[in-house]
Design a protein around this ligand. Structure first.
Ligand code: SF4
Length: 274
């Protein structure tokens, strides 16, 4: 288990939003308190459970993680109730009518009303709901640049979520290797768009989990003794339109959704495990 050498090392793990949900005035104050042993990392609800596990040595407590996540979702909904949704709609490329702000999430309507209540044509999963609300609350509305970068190139991606490849790209590759309709589903079920192959890949598909946060999945087929591979790219503005924790949540959530779709088509769970 790695031990942080100083408070700054702990601070680097935090999302630096100074949201105060831990009861401290700033993330730096929280980091200092953790370093002195007065607080525990797991008391920051915005921290990924894997980071907590890695640094505290405690296995992830699924119930506690879910409770934290639900409490955080409620907090975001309360914040939405204090936001001018009509104004926010212009910033986040949404539509405001009948007291609701609606965004296209993977081609489907996803709405929140002025009281913070969510409604959608699809199932409300926390992996969509939390990024959806943080995008509306904190997204800067920066235009998409068209420049694709890896997760680790986004601000704080590498430091705070070093397991992105393990949690998103590796399992997604296993799905693509086994379930050949994966990319068809991305296009036809999730309103993705097959684009000209990027980075010399064999297949490139762009998805829009949020209007200004496109995701590009590139797949390289196996050849001449080389294994297949997959990379997930984000627009270089993704860390301005969404906090890095939510970008991570989207990537992992998408992967888990594809695993479930493939299982429904008859592939056993063991086909995707290492
Ligand atoms: S809850 Fe986490 S992100 Fe919020 S101020 Fe505390 S340490 Fe920072």
């Amino acid at each position: 288990m790695p031990q942080p050498k100083n408070a700054m090392e702990i601070f680097q793990l935090l999302d630096k939003s100074n949201c105060r949900e831990c009861g401290e005035k700033t993330c730096l104050a929280f980091a200092g308190a953790v370093f002195k042993g007065k607080r525990q990392l797991k008391e920051c609800p915005r921290l990924d459970p894997e980071i907590i596990e890695r640094f505290s040595g405690e296995p992830e407590d699924q119930n506690a993680a879910e409770q934290n996540r639900d409490a955080y979702l409620e907090k975001l909904k309360n914040e939405i109730a204090n936001l001018d949704l009509a104004q926010a709609a212009k910033r986040v490329e949404g539509q405001f009518s009948d007291d609701k702000l609606t965004l296209k999430v993977l081609g489907k309507n996803f709405s929140v009303n002025t009281k913070g209540n969510l409604s959608t044509d699809i199932h409300i999963n926390p992996w969509v709901a939390i990024p959806f609300l943080t995008y509306i609350l904190y997204g800067k509305g920066v235009p998409v640049s068209g420049n694709w970068v890896s997760f680790r190139e986004l601000k704080d991606g590498k430091e705070r979520y070093p397991l992105f490849q393990k949690r998103c790209e590796e399992p997604l590759k296993r799905v693509a290797d086994n379930y050949t309709d994966l990319f068809d589903d991305m296009v036809h079920v999730l309103s993705g768009k097959q684009v000209e192959e990027q980075f010399e890949s064999d297949i490139s598909v762009v998805l829009h989990p949020l209007p200004k946060v496109p995701v590009m999945v590139c797949y390289w087929l196996p050849e001449e003794g080389l294994e297949s591979s997959i990379n997930v790219f984000f627009d270089q503005t993704a860390d301005k339109n969404l906090d890095i924790g939510s970008v991570f949540t989207l990537g992992v959530g998408l992967t888990q959704m594809f695993e479930k779709i493939a299982q429904r088509h008859g592939f056993p769970e063991s086909a995707f495990s290492q």
